[in-house]
Design a protein around this ligand. Structure first.
Ligand SMILES: [Zn+2]
Length: 267
């Protein structure tokens, strides 16, 4: 997961979202707000303003509209980062959306947790406790790629396992729990196909880098080199690419390529 590029909506679309949101907010209590969010979301998300919402969300995705969580499968669902079933006040809030795939959105669904006051413990938000009363205020445990850089919390092993680990190994540190929780909820390490796809992406990126280095050495014109650079940008699994740049000094085969084409460190 990488931090998503910022996209903004037009005023007309923001006004439309705000109007839909007020239908929920105007309900007299939490239970009825949740019910209203569930009732109107399936219909309103088909409305015209959501053409723009979906187009902007698609622009945030890597490759051919790949999921913002796993970066692998086609993104075809608007995901509420803060689940609307517990946080109805965020149902029509632009900053709460990203495009996700079914295999991510399904298991993640309503799973969410918040830090209330202690950074080393958090409250799991579930149906048993919070079907009639709102969750307490607090900060998200799940890493939010709309707001922050997941690579500040997660490290991807691109030498051997192609699994994520939290960068912090201190259980008293909120960052440790945020990494662990995000890996678990999104099943970033437990889907074998996904891990294999990251390994494959590493090979693809390395091949593209070598191709660029060869063509540059052979005097290919800037337009041709630029095309090769753009091909790297349009691949999915951008996290693998970012980790290759981040870790290149400690991986001899990458260090050698990046020494040949140092400009690639800035891509
Ligand atoms: Zn996904």
């Amino acid at each position: 997961m990488i931090q998503l590029p910022n996209e903004t909506l037009t005023d007309d679309t923001l006004r439309a979202l705000s109007s839909y949101q007020s239908e929920i907010d105007n309900q007299p209590d939490y239970e009825r707000q949740v019910a209203e969010a569930k009732r109107i979301w399936p219909h309103r998300k088909q409305n015209q303003p959501f053409r723009e919402v979906k187009a902007k969300l698609a622009k945030m995705c890597s490759g051919a509209k790949r999921c913002c969580y796993c970066e692998d499968s086609m993104a075809d669902e608007i995901e509420h980062i803060w689940p609307k079933d517990f946080f109805p006040e965020r149902t029509f809030v632009w900053e709460n959306y990203l495009f996700a795939c079914g295999p991510c959105n399904g298991p993640k669904s309503n799973r969410f947790a918040i830090f209330t006051n202690q950074t080393s413990s958090f409250v799991i938000i579930d149906n048993k406790q919070f079907s009639k009363a709102p969750p307490p205020p607090g900060d998200s445990v799940l890493i939010d790629p709309r707001l922050e850089d997941p690579m500040d919390y997660l490290w991807l092993d691109i030498i051997d396992s192609f699994a994520f680990t939290p960068i912090s190994d201190d259980p008293t540190d909120a960052a440790y729990h945020r990494g662990e929780y995000t890996i678990d909820v999104l099943k970033l390490n437990s889907r074998d196909d996904l891990v294999a796809a990251r390994r494959n992406a590493y090979g693809n990126f390395r091949a593209r880098l070598r191709e660029y280095a060869n063509q540059k050495a052979n005097g290919t014109a800037p337009a041709g080199l630029n095309q090769l650079k753009n091909n790297i940008h349009s691949e999915h699994h951008p996290t693998v690419w970012r980790e290759m740049v981040r870790q290149q000094k400690s991986i001899p085969e990458l260090k050698a390529i990046f020494e040949q084409i140092p400009e690639a460190k800035g891509w």
